[in-house]
Write a protein that binds this ligand. Structure first.
Ligand code: ATP
Ligand code: MG
Length: 312
């Protein structure tokens, strides 16, 4: 088994609850709430753990919210290295509107990191990169962190003979691609924004994903399309998978679950096609769970078996 390191420079304490209707000017009485330690890289570590693997998680944290975050992570027994910061870890808020089934997600920008703090994150990454393994840098960059942060992570990863996976958008993604990475996992909106197109046909999606591989920016593009499945492009060609039919409750964390399963199967020595099926299974298994809850292992394995059977 190859080792996995994840990086979450902008973690979030996810608060989720429900209310009948979201309307202005009233007190909105809410139902029970739950707290989850979220953020891209950390969710990847949590999914890897749920599926029977382990991924060391580096994250930054500060303030009382950072303390609550640390406790929640400890309770899940995720191996971690923390970079303390002066600011307070952000909270994200998800509200399910029970009368309509709509979901409202308030995503905060996060505390500002100073140069010493973000450089400490990079230094810890450099010390911890598993030779021959995988580094997953995922999620938004908080204020103060330079746009080439993931590009720097990609460079360090290459220098340490490991493979860098980036799940980001906007300039952070563009800079990482200019540096060169192993795999990216954009959603349709993220890849469309990067290329300046809408990617609304099957053909445009395949061409967009393949073009980044052809340019040498990345070895793999896993383009996820929500309920419409995903496309995987590499030098070996293009694969497309539809999602299995399930009852969808909340897609929060679906992309992170996709990536967690993908990197775990690769680390276990499986080929990209196998990893891709596991990834779609895990993303869909997370869509089946309510609010911010991530996938359950038995759902992932059942959906993975279904996708494998239909692949023949
Ligand atoms: N409505 C859905 N039904 C079934 N599976 C879904 C659904 N939405 C997401 N998934 C699963 O999760 C994967 C990732 O979803 P998606 O493309 O929405 O990425 P994301 O990273 O969560 O999106 P974004 O970062 O833009 O919020 C999909 O490939 C699919 O396997
Ligand atoms: Mg995403």
């Amino acid at each position: 088994m190859r080792q996995i390191l994840t990086l979450t420079v902008n973690p979030a304490l996810d608060v989720s609850t429900s209310t009948d209707r979201v309307v202005s000017g009233h007190k909105l009485r809410c139902g029970p709430s739950r707290l989850d330690p979220g953020g891209g890289g950390m969710n990847v570590s949590r999914v890897v753990q749920r599926l029977g693997g382990q991924a060391l998680a580096i994250y930054s944290a500060g303030g009382p919210t950072g303390e609550a975050y640390r406790r929640l992570i400890e309770a899940e027994h995720i191996p971690t290295l923390v970079v303390p910061i002066a600011g307070s870890t952000r909270q994200d808020i998800t509200v399910d509107e029970t009368a309509t089934g709509k979901q409202f997600r308030f995503v905060l920008q996060g505390p500002e990191l100073d140069e010493l703090e973000w450089r400490s994150c990079l230094a810890l990454v450099a010390e911890s990169i598993p030779k021959g393994g995988y580094v997953v840098a995922s999620g938004s960059l908080p204020p103060g962190v330079p746009e080439d942060f993931y590009a720097r992570v990609a460079r360090l990863t290459r220098e340490h003979d490991a493979r860098c996976i980036v799940d980001a958008s906007g300039p952070a993604l563009a800079e990482a691609l200019a540096e060169g990475v192993f795999l990216i996992k954009p959603s349709r909106r993220e890849l469309g924004e990067f290329l300046g197109t809408t990617l609304d046909s099957d053909q445009s999606q395949v061409e967009a994903a393949s073009s980044l591989v052809a340019r040498g920016s990345t070895e793999f593009v896993a383009l996820t399309l929500g309920g419409a499945g995903a496309v995987l492009a590499s030098e070996a060609g293009v694969m497309r998978l539809q999602v299995p039919q399930v009852r969808v409750q909340s897609t929060v964390g679906a992309g992170d679950s996709f990536l967690g399963a993908f990197v775990l199967r690769l680390a276990q020595g499986h080929d990209a096609a196998t990893a891709f099926r596991a990834a779609v299974a895990a993303g869909t298994a997370t869509a089946m769970t309510p609010a911010t809850e991530l996938c359950h292992r038995d759902d992932v394995e059942r959906l993975e078996a279904e996708l494998t059977a239909s692949a023949g």
